[in-house]
Design a protein around this ligand. Structure first.
Ligand code: CAA
Length: 260
């Protein structure tokens, strides 16, 4: 499919998906949301793709939020629908079998931070900036930000960031546990791709099931999460990937996983 607002580049089973709407700092309007949903859905179905890297075009923004111009015209009903559409995209990223890594290269504000938080983890450039300016616009984060940020860093820090609308730099985001690592701007994509390649070399089903256990286990009691983990662990013993992984270890050779 042809995308107006996205660039897709595939290299050795890793897709770099770039949101390319520079004139509005890659902000998310309805058509960007629809294209992202479609592209990520297709990537998830493509057995040749092992990992996805999500980033923003240009050197200024990852995504500067949901599109304020478009939102300013919405009725209450339409705003609810818009939030649900954004949330559906965030949940799709959680449900994907592939890991999705956010490479935050600039502003990640509002819906942009929500998009990064929906990814499996975040690497950032030293120039990245993070925040939820929504209360300054008279609204709240609507693409899952109140839920995902509080779950990630705890409600006290989430409260401070969301209530103040303050914008924090990459070092602060690192110290708060929002991002995993910070790199000089010109190294960010290389470092993210390095990690994506490392993941792509592991058991495809193992990575997919680990994601499933972590994402779904977070909304379970610990005991139910343990039970869920054990059932996925058991299922993996019916796969070729498990036989290949353990056989390769015992045979002192590198494993070649087929994802089945
Ligand atoms: N929506 C629509 N357009 C946006 C935008 C957004 N979120 N962010 C930036 N733009 C547009 C600007 O309007 C401007 O367009 P024009 O050239 O046509 O005027 C262009 O992108 C460049 O932006 P600036 O001139 O403002 O660039 P700057 O360097 O001076 O400032 C910025 C950068 C601090 C990121 C500033 O653009 C800004 O504050 N943007 C809005 C950030 C924001 O509030 N995001 C949250 C949105 S609400 C939300 O996301 C709700 C939700 O949870 C679903």
């Amino acid at each position: 499919m042809e995308y107006k607002n996205l660039l897709l580049e595939n290299n050795d089973g890793i897709t770099t998906l770039t949101i390319n709407r520079r004139e509005a700092l890659n902000s998310l309007n309805s058509s960007v949301l629809a294209e992202l949903e479609c592209a990520l859905y297709e990537l998830d179905l493509d057995a040749a793709i092992k990992a996805v890297v999500l980033t923003g075009a240009g050197d200024k923004a990852f995504v500067a939020g949901a599109d304020i111009k478009e939102m300013s015209e919405l009725s209450s009903f339409e705003a609810h629908d818009f939030a649900r559409r954004g949330q559906r995209l965030m949940l799709l990223i959680n449900r994907m079998r592939k890991p999705v890594i956010a490479a935050v290269n600039g502003y990640a504000l509002g819906g942009g931070l929500e998009l990064a938080l929906a990814c499996d983890f975040i690497y950032a450039s030293e120039k990245a900036k993070f925040g939820f300016p929504e209360v300054g616009l008279g609204v709240i984060p609507g693409f899952g930000g109140t839920q995902n940020l509080a779950r990630l860093i705890g409600s006290n820090k989430a409260n401070e960031l969301i209530f103040s609308g303050r914008i924090i730099n990459a070092a602060k985001a690192l110290s708060w546990g929002i991002v995993n690592e910070v790199f000089p701007a010109d190294e960010l994509l290389l470092k993210v791709l390095e990690t994506a390649r490392e993941i792509a070399g592991k058991g495809t089903l193992g990575v997919a099931y680990a994601k499933d256990a972590i994402v779904n286990g977070l909304s379970m009691t610990k005991e139910d999460g343990f039970r869920y983990e054990a059932s996925l662990f058991g299922v993996l013993f019916a796969t070729d990937d498990q036989k290949e992984g353990m056989g390769a270890f015992l045979g002192k050779r590198a494993a070649q996983f087929q994802g089945k």
